[in-house]
Design a protein around this ligand. Sequence first.
Ligand SMILES: C[S@@+](CC[C@H](N)C(=O)[O-])C[C@H]1O[C@@H](n2cnc3c(N)ncnc32)[C@H](O)[C@@H]1O
Length: 170
Amino acid sequence: MPEIQVLRIGHRPDRDKRVTTHTALAARALGARRVLVDSRDPKLEENVRGVVERFGGDFSIETGVQWRKAMREFEGKVVHLTMYGMRVDEAVDALRGEDVLVVVGAEKVPPEVYQAADLNVSVGNQPHSEIAALAIFLDRLTGGEALYSERGGRMKVVPDGRGKNVVDLS
Ligand SMILES: C[S@@+](CC[C@H](N)C(=O)[O-])C[C@H]1O[C@@H](n2cnc3c(N)ncnc32)[C@H](O)[C@@H]1O
């Protein structure tokens, strides 16, 4: 199966902790194997690793990453999510079977990112959020495959329409 990684750029540890944590958790839940974050943030790493430790899966986080280098050296297609990009459905067709590095911003993204990407892809042409854009993009790219995939964690949620059913296997 093709590998998906996510690169979060413009992370400000003092302001973006929650949004970047949710970006990483959405990446994990929707099928990515790794998230890279440009600013060093040990607390963010600890929070995300805590979820992986409890709920399982093959997912890693690295912070303090040089984004230019990460984009340049990725062996696969680099996709920058932006409201100005090509339509998501057309992009997904062009990406089938490829390893993909998905780049999402925080505030304004430097023009260089648009140029360094293989594809600039929009999830609609309205401004919204990196978490929403990433979730919809990954869901389209994977055909929803990751949503209920087995992660082998010690905490296991049993789908239940009437309440909260969690098995602790530890
Ligand atoms: C809050 S937005 C920043 C928008 C900022 N004004 C700009 O022009 O880059 C944060 C990130 O969400 C993602 N994003 C927001 N709307 C999007 C859309 N319609 N399609 C794809 N990505 C989007 C982009 O990755 C963007 O860098």
